[in-house]
Write a protein that binds this ligand. Structure first.
Ligand code: UD1
Ligand code: CA
Length: 447
């Protein structure tokens, strides 16, 4: 088989009106990453020779997201056929297969795309191959009109007859073209032929047929081909992505006690024999080692957790939290931009920010690293094996030496030497029998 060259055009210029959002539709996230990036990742695995993304006016943020992939501007949104035409100059000297993808259909796998490209080279090498699917709710998808000779046309829902609307075979929008024949088809699209007055890409099938060119279709899974036009469809797609991520985690040796309540990000990395209790959220950028136990109601983002650590319930790890081997982070503990070294324990009601907690140190309940003075963030360094008494405030910048002990309720503002005890609080005074006399006096007064 001769090696075929491949160009990909991704359409992302649509307004996304139905989202009712000031954020371009294709930047709405799925599993913590913009939907268009899910699609771009599948595209990248095909190793195409060229990729062009078509964006609309005011969509610099989309261009920045897909960079270094080049974009072309569709200055007026005149329809999907018009959008493809905008990529023509960028692909002027290209001959090969051209794949057209819609950025609002981001869940498609590279394997399905490969299957579609194989179909392009099957039989009589059709000019156009369309990926169809049968969703549970066909809604307003365009429909594939299929006859004995293959694919005959695509009809948009609003232009379809009642009997055409009964047809369950829908247009996913994904199409593979013979690059040598694509542009002549695009040129012939007539915006007056439909009720919306747009240049419909879907018209290329009928136009190809009129030339006597063969068109065909392949059928894909609806779990990969849902189009996202509204917040409801975004939520349905999120559910789909979460299901895939949970299944992949379990297949990789992770116990999810109640999978449906665990929310993962596209890049969550979980080791073997990790156990995740119900109601845990993994934001982007989380790496978890082996044999880690994550109890319920934890929230993590931008952090790493080493082998054998124990977290939660109700632990919050923010960006830059690095949790060492077999360390414990307990309930209502927040850790930000800090390293908690091996076997250290921070078990209750504590804020650790911009700090190092040395190996084996024990941080008592209610300890606060006071890292912020309203202007600058400062660092707290707690040495290995140190013991911080409950309800202590460590006013940064401050350093606690290895093995030092801090008395409960201390406000520590100065460096503590290794092995020392520091106590910084009012000392206790006691007045014997004072309370009894006080009550007796008052009762006596009233009688
Ligand atoms: C489109 C298809 C429909 C198919 C459905 C699948 C057409 C005419 N209809 O309908 O048959 O069943 O997708 O999800 O193609 N876009 C541009 N410029 C434009 C208009 C759209 O770049 O001028 C982009 C959008 O950003 C989007 C994609 O093209 O990524 C599809 O546009 P959209 O308006 O969502 O089409 P649908 O009505 O969903
Ligand atoms: Ca759409």
């Amino acid at each position: 088989m001769a090696s075929r060259s491949l160009a990909v055009i991704v359409l992302a210029a649509g307004m996304g009106t139905r989202m009712k959002s000031s954020l371009p539709k294709v930047l709405h996230p799925l599993a913590g990453r913009p939907m268009i990036q899910h699609l771009m990742a599948s595209v990248a695995t095909l190793e195409p020779d060229r990729v062009v993304v078509v964006v609309g006016p005011g969509m610099d943020s989309v261009a920045a997201t897909v960079a270094p992939v080049p974009t072309v501007l569709q200055a007026e949104r005149l329809g999907t056929g018009h959008a493809v035409a905008q990529a023509r100059a960028a692909l002027a000297d290209f001959e090969g297969d051209v794949l057209v993808l819609y950025a609002d259909t981001p869940l498609i796998s590279a394997a399905t795309l490969r299957r579609l490209l194989d179909e392009r080279h099957a039989g009589e090498e059709p000019a156009v191959v369309v990926l169809g699917f049968k969703p549970d709710h066909a809604n307003e998808y365009g429909r594939l009109v299929v006859g004995a000779e293959g694919l005959k046309a695509i009809v948009e829902f609003r232009d379809a007859t009642p009997s055409q609307r009964e047809n369950p075979l829908c247009n996913s929008g994904v199409m593979a073209f013979d690059g040598a024949r694509l542009w002549s088809l695009i040129e012939q699209i007539d915006p007056t032929s439909n009720s919306k007055g747009e240049y419909y890409l879907t018209d290329v099938v009928r136009l190809a047929r009129e030339h006597g060119w063969n068109c065909s279709y392949a059928e894909g899974e609806s779990t990969e081909l849902l189009g996202i036009n509204s917040r409801r469809e975004l939520a349905a797609a999120e559910a789909m992505v979460q299901r895939r991520l949970r299944e992949a985690a379990m297949d990789g040796g992770v116990t999810l006690i109640d999978p449906d309540t665990v929310w993962l990000s596209w890049d969550t990395k979980l080791g073997r024999d990790v156990t995740v209790w119900p109601h845990v959220v993994f934001g982007p950028g989380v790496t978890v080692g082996d044999r880690v136990e994550i109890r319920g109601f934890c929230h993590f983002e931008g952090c790493s957790i080493a082998d054998g650590a124990l977290l939660g319930p109700y632990a919050r790890l923010r960006p830059g939290a690095i949790i060492g081997e077999s360390a414990h982070i307990g309930n209502f503990v927040e850790v930000k931009a800090s390293t908690v070294e091996a076997r250290a324990k921070v078990n209750h009601l504590t804020y650790i920010g911009d700090a190092r907690i040395g190996a084996g140190a024990n941080v008592g309940a209610g300890t606060i690293t006071c890292n912020y003075d309203g202007f600058a963030k400062s660092f707290t360094d707690i040495g290995a094996g140190a013991f911080i008494g409950s309800n202590s405030a460590l006013v940064a910048p401050v350093k606690i030496g290895d093995g030092a002990v801090i008395g409960a309720g201390s406000v520590i503002t100065k460096e503590v030497a290794p092995g020392a005890l520091a106590v910084a609080r009012g000392s206790q005074v006691e007045f014997p029998e004072w309370a009894d006399q006080f009550r007796a006096r008052h009762r006596g007064g009233k009688e």
